[in-house]
Design a protein around this ligand. Structure first.
Ligand SMILES: Nc1nc2c(c(=O)[nH]1)N[C@H]1C(S)=C(S)[C@@H](COP(=O)(O)O)O[C@H]1N2
Ligand SMILES: [Mo]
Length: 198
């Protein structure tokens, strides 16, 4: 298993690698379909469903407090990358700008290109989750989700929607793209929630 693309972890590192995962040296690109090319000039981000409908521009996002984040990244195809450095905006700061109906228990993340992924409110609204627009100090490359992606460090990376452009708030859980194709509805890597159990 260990070869050119995988490295043998130190003890400290292996404590951070979830079961069944291997460390990778590079940062693989995992995209279903084509990479959308989105300019920040006409970029729009929508909120709808069980929330007051609202549209945000790139400038609206950039006006929010910006932070540096370091997070481990776990893809369900078994590669993990530790200590990825991002710059972004906390989900909790963005949530201050919108009015969500208390009945909303789930969120569907929507993206340019049509990808979707579902997440529960408690998994979404966490202090450590963020919208990223820089990777290792550089503008987020299109193939990694630029201009803006979500990062949800505590779940498998398919929940970290690239080219995110909308949040649909829901009362009942609906399945996103991979979740509707056999992947687990939550995707917690330490519990190895890889595949759907129904
Ligand atoms: N819009 C969109 N977001 C996506 C994906 C995708 O295909 N489309 N792939 C997901 C998967 S499976 C993973 S592992 C990560 C990969 O992010 P990376 O390409 O930056 O490594 O993005 C996730 N977000
Ligand atoms: Mo993935």
């Amino acid at each position: 298993m260990l070869g050119k693309y995988f490295q043998k972890p130190t003890q400290e590192e292996s404590d951070r690698v979830p079961p069944g995962q291997y460390l990778t040296k590079g940062f693989p690109v995992l995209t279903y379909g084509a990479t959308p090319q989105v300019s920040t000039d006409n970029w729009k981000f929508r909120v709808w469903g069980l929330a007051k409908a609202k549209i945000f521009t790139w400038q609206d996002f950039m006006a929010l407090p910006q932070h540096e984040f370091t997070a481990d990244f776990h893809c369900v195809t078994r590669w993990s990358k530790l200590d990825v450095k991002w710059t972004g905006i906390k989900v909790t700061d963005f949530m201050e700008l919108i009015e969500v109906d208390p009945k909303a228990a789930y969120v569907m993340e929507h993206c340019y290109g049509g990808y979707t992924t579902n997440i529960s409110m408690p998994d979404f609204v966490r202090e450590e989750n963020f919208f990223a627009f820089k990777l290792f100090g550089e503008p987020l490359p299109a193939e990694h989700g630029g201009p803006l992606r979500l990062v949800v460090p505590h779940l498998y990376a398919w929940k970290s929607a690239k080219w995110i452009n909308g949040l649909e708030f829901l009362e009942h859980e609906e399945l996103g793209f991979w979740e509707g194709n056999g992947y687990h509805q939550r995707g917690e890597p330490w519990a190895e929630e890889r595949y759907s159990n129904f």
